[in-house]
Design a protein. Structure first.
Ligand code: GAF
Length: 393
């Protein structure tokens, strides 16, 4: 997406020139899935697909918001005074900026004038690449720069999570907003969701690239069983806590979990908890493998993550399973697995560069035969977090 096309898009809607341009990435996750609300570790990275904005400050107190991706909703107008800006309205895309604005102001941000904002995103819609976290962190950056707010990046992440949990009503963890906000080119972010300690880890995958495989099965997180799975993890933890003092599932190692697993009273709860504990352990093993440049082992751990998400956590489905299982059989593939919430959306595969074309052709063919429609493939470029773009780029 060029700044020029953003400028043209803005002009076509607002009949004037924009002042500033912004971008916030989406994210993929290499390993550590459904661990972020269990006090575990995650290992995501920001990608060069994301959400763009062209912005101009207004002199009155009105926000005029337009998204090319939701053109049917037209330009949405709200003023700072009205309760309109404080409340969620249906499933409008503007709930995300409104939520960010509300909570930033509740935390003391002084915002007295409005903005015209033109948005366009190139993340495939509903594909589990965190288009909502991208939008939240994009508006965080816009509000911060346009109104000279001093907000610590981790507080901005927490504001995004609050929007998701309290404004939108999805009980998601912290991974997506964190990955988007703290993204660093060619690095993944190792985050301990218990302590919020993190480090950037350079992604050295030799002659391999990461392919994003989109099932093209829409995955509405809010509609999915996401909240239910989270509750099951909480319930399993409560049952374990009758016999062992542990704050989270992520704080348990495999051996201790095994010793106390008899306290969990149903098979589904046992499987959910087992996934959370084992997946967290896998993140640690994957870090060691990456540091030792044992890429084959790193890939097997990625595969193991999918197996666990399929059989223990039960969040894959035939589309994601077809992609991962077919990918495992292709030459030059280190590993493959579903990413994000599940039920649809995307998987990733780590593939040797010169095998990419053959990989996409074969996995695409098998997917179409089995599922009845096509999957899409993109090479992931690992990108920086939210940024202001300059004219001429
Ligand atoms: C979604 C959620 F938003 C994240 O917080 C995380 O739980 C993920 O699903 C599963 O790992 O993307």
């Amino acid at each position: 997406m060029s700044v020029q096309s953003l400028e043209n898009g803005y002009k076509s809607i607002f009949k004037e020139s924009p002042a500033h341009f912004y971008f916030a990435p989406g994210r993929i996750n290499l390993i550590g899935e459904h661990t972020d609300y269990n006090g575990g570790r995650v290992f995501p990275c920001a990608i060069s697909l994301g959400t763009f904005a062209a912005v101009k400050p207004r002199t009155d107190n009105e926000f005029h918001l337009y998204s090319k991706n939701f053109a049917d909703q037209g330009v949405q107008v709200s003023t700072l005074e009205t309760s309109e800006i404080q409340e969620k309205v249906g499933n409008m895309w503007t709930n995300y900026p409104k939520g960010m604005l509300r909570y930033l102001m509740e935390d003391g941000a002084k915002i007295t004038t409005g903005l015209n904002v033109y948005i366009v995103g190139n993340l495939p819609d509903g594909a589990g690449l965190s288009s909502s976290a991208s939008l939240e962190m994009l508006f965080g950056k816009i509000f911060q720069d346009e109104f000279q707010l001093q907000v610590d990046p981790i507080d901005m992440v927490k504001t995004g999570v609050k929007v998701e949990n309290q404004f939108i009503g999805l009980n998601s963890g912290i991974m997506d907003q964190f990955a988007v906000e703290m993204g660093k080119k060619d690095n993944a972010v190792l985050l301990d969701t218990n302590t919020l300690k993190y480090e950037h880890v350079p992604l050295k995958l030799g002659n391999h690239v990461i392919i994003i495989m989109n099932t093209n099965k829409r995955r509405e997180l809010a509609d999915s069983k996401y909240n239910e799975h989270r509750q099951q993890c909480d319930e399993a933890l409560k049952q374990l806590q009758t016999g062992i003092d542990t704050p989270t599932l992520g704080a348990l190692d495999k051996e201790t979990f095994d010793e106390y697993a008899y306290l969990i009273q149903s098979e589904p709860l046992l499987k959910r908890a087992r996934h959370a504990v084992f997946e967290n352990q896998r993140v640690g093993e994957a870090m060691t493998a990456l540091r030792d440049q044992d890429l084959a082992k790193f890939g097997r751990l990625v595969n193991a993550s999918h197996v666990s998400l399929q059989y223990d956590f039960d969040v894959t489905g035939k589309e994601l399973d077809t992609l991962a299982h077919t990918a495992w059989q292709q030459p030059g593939v280190l590993g493959a697995r579903m990413i994000g919430g599940g039920y649809g959306g995307c998987a990733i595969a780590i593939v040797e560069k010169d095998q990419v074309a053959a990989f996409e052709a074969e996995v695409g063919k098998v997917y179409k035969e089995k599922i009845g429609y096509a999957a899409d493939f993109y090479v992931a470029e690992i990108a920086d977090g939210p940024t202001q773009l300059r004219r001429g780029k």
